[in-house]
Design a protein around this ligand. Structure first.
Ligand code: NAD
Length: 295
């Protein structure tokens, strides 16, 4: 199976190296030459955007739907150059409405479509342990099973084209909310004199636990490392997409609106380029050492 990975950032670069290490015939491409050079230095064959090789799969890992649209539609674009029967797999966290529109065009052009947004961060991409949410035809998934198995610890087929992106937005809304609620809970306990690490141990033995309390807090927040590889700017994009999707569906969920607002309250703290876990760090910083020991 020949795979062309387009977008060699934190996720795409690592996915490409994992697929190559598993034995697939992989070429990487990125708009920026420095990204291509960084991956070429790690042994990945690379190609400029106007020199993409004929492939069975075009795996996209791009910032937003705007770039996905550009790569698929802008002349010549994958619609013009992908061989008949090849599959476009969008692993980006994209706008489901645009994904459905693009999927229809891809299918009409005699190609196949799969949306396959991921979780697990750059580390999951590097060790083939991503979680993937799949939107597309069962037959396409069956055909791509060897590739999906090489990339992921688990993949879940959630519906037709765009469904993977719908569920990814729902997941990231919950993750963003858990970062706020868990930070508030830990800050409240700290004010009452409970050590944050001890508080987390307690929460993780109870029903208030989540991936955020079990993984993000120990790994990236309480450790002070803040190096998960996922930025605040990308999480803000996902939250805006979730809010827009809810609005288009005629819903106005108050909690979602509050979470989106909290994440956009201060563009500098955290800044778009900061690790997304910084939002919880900023909330915890409001508990000063003096206050922690009071009561
Ligand atoms: P990134 O910014 O590190 O990488 C994106 C890459 O796309 C960059 O190298 C950029 O040069 C390239 N690019 C931009 N426009 C392009 C174009 N027109 N043609 C070719 N290449 C182009 O982003 P990332 O962190 O790797 O995230 C990629 C996607 O995965 C995003 O949609 C993000 O929301 C999602 N995601 C990221 C994480 C994470 O932990 N980083 C986790 C899950 C999902």
């Amino acid at each position: 199976m020949r795979i062309c990975v387009i977008g060699l950032g934190q996720m795409g670069g690592n996915m490409a190296l994992t697929l190559k290490a598993t034995g697939f015939d992989v070429t990487g491409s990125d708009l920026f030459e420095n990204a291509r050079q960084r991956l070429a230095a790690q042994g990945l064959p690379v190609a400029a955007p106007d020199e993409l090789p004929p492939s069975d799969v075009y795996l996209l890992s791009l910032p937003t739907s705007a770039q996905v649209r550009e790569v698929i539609e802008t002349a010549p674009g994958l619609l013009g150059l992908a061989p008949a029967g090849s599959v476009i797999v969008d692993t980006s966290t994209s706008d489901p409405v645009i994904s459905r529109e693009l999927a229809a065009k891809v299918l009409a052009a005699g190609l196949e479509w799969l949306d396959a947004p991921v979780s697990g961060g750059p580390r999951g991409a590097a060790n083939g342990k991503l979680g993937m949410l799949l939107g597309g035809e069962a037959a396409t998934i069956e055909r791509l099973a060897p590739m999906l198995e090489a990339m992921s610890a688990r993949y879940t087929h959630v519906g037709g084209p765009g469904s993977g992106h719908v569920v990814k937005l729902a997941n990231n809304y919950l993750c963003a909310a858990h970062l706020l609620t868990t930070a508030e809970a830990v800050a409240m306990a700290a004010r009452a004199g409970v050590d944050p690490t001890a508080c987390l141990a307690g929460l993780n033995s109870g029903s208030g636990r989540s991936a955020v309390s079990e993984v993000n807090f120990p790994e990236w927040i309480l450790s002070g490392r803040f190096d998960s590889g996922f930025t605040t700017g990308l999480m803000r994009k996902d939250l805006r997409l979730a809010r827009n999707a809810a609005e288009r569906l005629g819903m106005a969920p108050g909690l979602l609106a509050a979470v989106v607002e909290a994440w956009h309250a201060d563009p500098e703290r955290p800044a778009d380029g900061d690790d997304f876990n910084r939002i919880a760090g900023a909330l915890l910083d409001t508990v000063s050492p003096t206050e922690e020991t009071e009561q």
